[in-house]
Ligand binder design. Structure first.
Ligand code: GUN
Length: 296
């Protein structure tokens, strides 16, 4: 079997276009413009690239972007004061504090100081609890993007066997909750899982989110399974820098029914879902119906 490629770049562009349409409607019919505040502390080069990209795409879909760049020595008190200000600013519907934070700042404390209704990353402990109990919440962007692609490809996921490899708070755990919410039978596998190849071979859906380059070979994949590769790993091969996923794409594509490439798979969906979450937060804040197809 040769897998169908799930084109995340094209899918993300479609999601952003849907968001842009809804934003235009909100402005015209309700006089409301959604606003996203992004807070960056310090000068981590990768974070600077992400933040620039988020700001650009926020403006492209017609939302207001508020960027707050603080120096690396910013005190916890000053950061919490800024978050408090953003929590109370009615023009700001979404707040994202770019991670990782410098070592002297307590990430959990900072994240949990964001108003859960504006927590477009879905990292606040209230949102984690709401998702875990199947209630309306803000859902972490990367797993939401994976869910959207799976629903688009399969329609219903009900009754499917899903294996999530990786148990991070940002991807693995919320991904498992979302799949459970769509009535999959879910296994969370991790570095201590016994007989991982056989666990993965059972799966109709494999979501790989471990951050280890090409660790899932094709012969772990059941014929016809859907493979969602969340990994973005920089490696050097033949003297060149290359981006690869957590799945060995070439061999997995020979067995899978469908597969996301790296780059161009899950990656572009993360920012698209951040914009979708900001729109959702804005609609909820204003007592308006939520955008269809853009939430869990
Ligand atoms: N750093 C890397 N990815 C993310 C993300 O999705 N959200 C935040 N806040 N920081 C990140």
């Amino acid at each position: 079997m040769v897998a169908q490629v799930i084109d995340g770049k094209a899918f993300a562009a479609k999601v952003r276009a849907q968001v842009a349409d809804q934003v235009a409607k909100l402005k015209e019919e309700n006089g409301i413009t959604p606003g996203l505040a992004v807070v960056l502390v310090g000068e981590d080069p990768a974070s600077q690239v992400y933040v620039r990209s988020k700001g650009k795409m926020t403006v492209e879909v017609g939302m207001n972007s508020y960027e707050h760049k603080l120096d690396a020595e910013t005190s916890e008190e000053d950061l919490l004061a800024l978050i408090d200000k953003l929590n109370n600013d009615p023009a700001v519907h979404g707040i994202l504090v770019q991670l990782p934070l410098p070592k002297h700042l307590n990430e959990d404390l900072v994240i949990n100081s964001i108003d859960p209704a504006k927590d477009v990353d879905g990292f606040h402990i209230s949102n984690v609890g709401l998702l875990g109990t199947g209630q309306k919440s803000m859902v972490p962007c990367t797993p939401l993007g994976c869910l959207m692609m799976l629903r688009d490809y399969h329609g219903s996921l009900s009754g499917m066997d899903a294996v999530v490899i990786g148990r991070s708070n940002i991807v693995g755990k919320p991904m498992a909750q979302l799949l459970l919410g769509d009535s999959c039978t879910v296994t969370i596998a991790h570095s201590r899982t016994k007989n991982l190849p056989d666990v993965v071979r059972r799966a109709d859906i494999v979501v790989a989110a471990v951050g280890r380059p090409e660790m899932v070979p094709g012969d772990w994949i059941k014929e016809g399974a859907t493979v969602i590769d969340v990994g973005i790993n920089r490696i050097e091969r033949d003297g060149k820098n290359k981006l690869v996923g957590d799945v060995d794409y070439a061999s997995a594509a020979e067995r899978a029914g469908a597969i996301t490439p790296v780059p161009g798979g899950v990656g572009p969906m993360t920012i698209a879902c951040l914009l979708a979450n900001t729109l959702t937060a804005c609609c909820r804040a204003n007592g308006l119906p939520e955008p269809e197809g853009l939430t869990a």
